[in-house]
Design a protein around this ligand. Sequence first.
Ligand code: TYD
Length: 212
Amino acid sequence: MTQTTTKRGKFIVFEGTDGCGKSTQMSMLAKYLTGMGVECYTTHEPTDSLFGAQLRACMSGRLDADERAIAALFAADRLDHITNSVNGIMGKLDAGVTVLCDRYYLSSFAYNSGAAPLEWVIGLNRLAMEMLPPDLTVYIDVPVEVSARRLGRRNERERYETQEKQLTVHKTYLQLFERFRETEHIEIVKSEANKEDTQKHIREIVNGLFGF
Ligand code: TYD
């Protein structure tokens, strides 16, 4: 009897401050990879599940909640995102699909620490870190003034969308990259004025991951 083994898909995460352009870069990459014959699934956190809906309500201000409750809810949303039997990331990867995810646990560490101690937030996400570390995390590095200008054009402001918070978030991300440099594959990509140029850098990194 011949047995076919499916090659596991790659798990690629995009991180960055609000308005950094990661969702645009992620969909450009999905298009590229699909063209290269890689089956892709794009997803995001907060998710579209009921956990994610609660989080979106908190982000928009429709629901007020304690920062620690929000941090715990993000961790729950993530665990469900990983393990869900219908469209969980783990199942997709096992089926050979490459998963591109807009935000993952580094977002929790960068955004939800402060009011809640960082070590506690890391503890909440320990299981996700052990179960499913990304094969690659791409951090889109954009000056906070630039992303603030982009966010300023939107009509509504979300919970964390102040320039002060974004500066703290960016600083925390950089500290986290130092801390996890041995255990996580993180690449910082400077956001260029032209989005095609940014994408070119991302593709070079991703080509290496796939051996193209
Ligand atoms: P995002 O989807 O990037 O924003 P949008 O779709 O509105 O452009 O993320 C929504 C917000 O959620 C963002 O401010 C960051 C925050 N967030 C956390 O605070 N912790 C987390 O773990 C995640 C995944 C997101």
